[in-house]
Design a protein around this ligand. Structure first.
Ligand SMILES: C[S@@+](CC[C@H](N)C(=O)[O-])C[C@H]1O[C@@H](n2cnc3c(N)ncnc32)[C@H](O)[C@@H]1O
Length: 159
């Protein structure tokens, strides 16, 4: 039986809405890989790579990918942030559902990320996130899920 296409809740849907069809996407901290699977299943980007710092989340990601019959379509990488990756391989980078400090630390370790379209959804320290990043977002949108509000910051890189 063909699996039903995955649906996203408003938070990740808002993140996905900033991906362009030609983007080669890097999703850092993918965990369950719902965002990469959504983008791949619906053909919303050129390619997507999912990373996570821990084995458990990567195993979850592999399960989601298998359930949607996308084996071999979404590379899964175990690593801290974007360490060791080639900047030339990506046009857009998503980091969602992580603390604001953790996101800024990843960006500090790999400053080349700022050259890409960066779509960031910090879970904490949201109010002063852009100030502490020292950049002005091109877009800042809010997604509501019940009473919870999530802010998505989009920074335009050189691409
Ligand atoms: C709460 S989940 C968010 C999952 C998904 N991005 C979302 O928004 O629903 C955060 C994930 O980030 C991962 N993570 C935390 N620090 C990381 C780092 N420095 N590099 C890569 N992944 C990291 C965690 O292991 C966890 O799986």
């Amino acid at each position: 039986m063909t699996p039903r296409p995955l649906c996203l809740t408003p938070r990740l849907l808002a993140v996905a809405s900033f991906i362009r069809p030609t983007d080669r996407v890097l999703d850092i901290g993918a965990d369950h890989a719902r965002l990469p699977v959504y983008l791949t299943e619906r053909g919303l980007c050129a390619a997507v790579t999912a990373t996570d710092i821990a084995e458990g989340p990567l195993a979850r990601a592999a399960r989601t990918i298998r359930a949607h019959r996308l084996e071999g379509r979404i590379p899964l990488l175990l690593r801290d942030g974007a360490e060791g990756l080639d900047p030339a391989d990506y046009d857009a980078v998503t980091i969602a559902g992580m603390g604001g400090d953790a996101i800024l630390s990843i960006l500090k370790k790999s400053p080349w990320l700022w050259d890409k379209r960066l779509i960031l959804q910090p879970q904490t320290r949201v109010r002063d996130f852009a100030d502490r990043a020292g950049r002005t977002p091109a877009w800042q949108v809010t997604a509501s899920e019940g009473r919870r509000q999530y802010t998505i910051f989009v920074f335009e890189g050189a691409v």
